[in-house]
Design a protein. Structure first.
Length: 223
């Protein structure tokens, strides 16, 4: 097996886990994941990413507080969110949404059931750990772009150790609440959370996988 084969195996086996067991990840494994992820490239080697990582009671306290906040009303992102999902981007978004709803038995038009599933984001899908991912406000979009590379590296390093993950922009919808809860300075943007642990493989939310576009859809070759 080549190194590319190994990488492809990690990329294709990684998925967004939406139901976790309560089994904790050993602290040394968490450290290994972060140690690997911090090798991600960044503009001028700025390495803008910083994390708050929870375990045990800290995860549960945050889960309960975030869930209560989300059930009270809408929050606000630090970064401007998408203006729209035009064309194929909207198609892909709807496809994954219906894949999830079909898996967990949410019927079209059942607003109560769809809201319940949406709110599972703020229960962190019962994960035993969450990493809050931030970057400096002063670095703006480029700090966020660099940190996106770190998030990918984190999820792949986790998969290499048999740890499952889901990167959650939904948590960043409550950026101000997250900042206050963890004492994160206003000089940092809350970009996302990564909930992680071990998948509940019997849960229907983990029974489907998303597709990927073919090369002709994403590459324009020039010579």
């Amino acid at each position: 097996m080549t190194q590319l084969d190994t990488l492809n195996a990690l990329l294709t086996s990684r998925y967004s886990c939406r139901a976790f067991t309560d089994k904790a990840v050993p602290p040394d494994h968490i450290e290994q994941i972060i140690t690997s992820a911090k090798q991600a490239p960044s503009w001028c080697n700025a390495q803008p990413w910083q994390l708050v990582v929870t375990s045990g009671a800290a995860t549960q306290t945050f889960r309960e507080a975030l869930g209560a906040e989300a059930r009270e009303g809408a929050g606000k992102l630090d970064l401007q969110g998408p203006e729209a999902y035009p064309g194929v981007y909207g198609d892909r978004r709807r496809t994954v949404g219906w894949q999830l709803y079909d898996a967990v038995g949410v019927k079209k038009g059942d607003r109560d059931a769809s809201r319940h599933q949406m709110l599972r984001n703020f229960d962190l899908f019962d994960a035993p750990h969450v990493a809050i991912v931030t970057s400096p406000r002063a670095l703006g979009g480029y700090g966020a772009m660099d940190t996106g590379g770190f998030v990918l590296a984190f999820t792949l390093a986790a998969r290499a150790l048999g740890v499952d993950t889901i990167a959650q922009a939904a948590v960043a919808n409550y950026a101000e609440f997250v900042r206050e809860h963890f004492g994160i300075g206003n000089d940092r943007l809350v970009l996302c959370a990564i909930s992680f642990g071990y998948a509940d493989n019997e849960h229907p939310a983990n029974s489907f996988r998303t597709g990927r576009a073919d090369l002709p859809e994403i590459v324009e070759w020039r010579s």
